[in-house]
Design a binder for this molecule. Sequence first.
Ligand SMILES: C[S@@+](CC[C@H](N)C(=O)[O-])C[C@H]1O[C@@H](n2cnc3c(N)ncnc32)[C@H](O)[C@@H]1O
Length: 296
Amino acid sequence: MKSLIRPFYRLLRANPLFQRVLRHELAALGAQDWSAAIVDRFIHGPSGADYGVGAGAKAELAAAFRAVTQHVPSGTAPIVHVVLAEAILSIPRETEGVVVECGCWKGASSASLSRVCALTGRRLVVCDSFAGLPGDGMRRHVGVHTGVYGYYREGMFAGALDEVQANIRAWGAIEVCDFVPGFFSESLKALHSPVALGFLDVDLESSMRDCVRAIWPLLVEGGYLYSDDAGDLDVVKVFFDTAWWRETLDCSAPGFVGSGCGLPLSPSYSALGYARKLGAFEESAWKRAGFLHYPE
Ligand SMILES: C[S@@+](CC[C@H](N)C(=O)[O-])C[C@H]1O[C@@H](n2cnc3c(N)ncnc32)[C@H](O)[C@@H]1O
């Protein structure tokens, strides 16, 4: 009986209508499949409309993200690539600026980001030492929420420039990429273009400070600086270091959404979070809530 049902079920399962019904049922049971819901929102949601990128192209992107993470060693999960893609596809078309990635290891995240950049007509600027992490004095890193601790060794996560380029050529869109090799404290001085979105996956507090110092002034108003280091409070605290922001960037610290346990990409934990560069408050860009007070 089981073997009779299985082929039908396989066919049914591949049907988008069946998938939607199943998701609806799961949601009604309070047992929503989180990742599926995020991918569904990405594929069927409004992102990409400004660029003529529809559900079919987004489904292809999601499949490509899965493929690259299966073939290239990746420090980021494919669901993270999906969320970053949705963020890039949601940038208004008229917003100027490149996408900057700091920390690419073997180029898995770069390959995915480059595909999205190709669809949106943006350059992807890939910044890395291409020799791995600098030393951080063997500081202990503690993930308070995950209960994990450990150390980073100098040279960890090394991917040579030609290796990264070969991976992007195989799995992404190398023609939209520019490469900025070297340690961030020096190399990022070469950045001058406006930045529409940044993705920082750099593991160390000192590296995060170097990236923020160079990129924040170039980030467009309303722009997002994502990081896959949300679980490490030593890294995240950079975004709350009021004195450092005032002294270094002459503005207040923006904070970091997802501090400690990440954006809700799974019920337990994700490493992804973001800081947003907000301009002057415009009421029309925000929603009102029933539990808050409005003086008028
Ligand atoms: C965890 S890996 C990035 C993983 C990658 N985003 C992925 O999804 O596979 C961290 C990267 O940051 C780079 N990195 C960290 N600190 C750096 C610094 N100060 N200067 C240059 N590169 C740095 C390392 O070389 C490494 O490639």
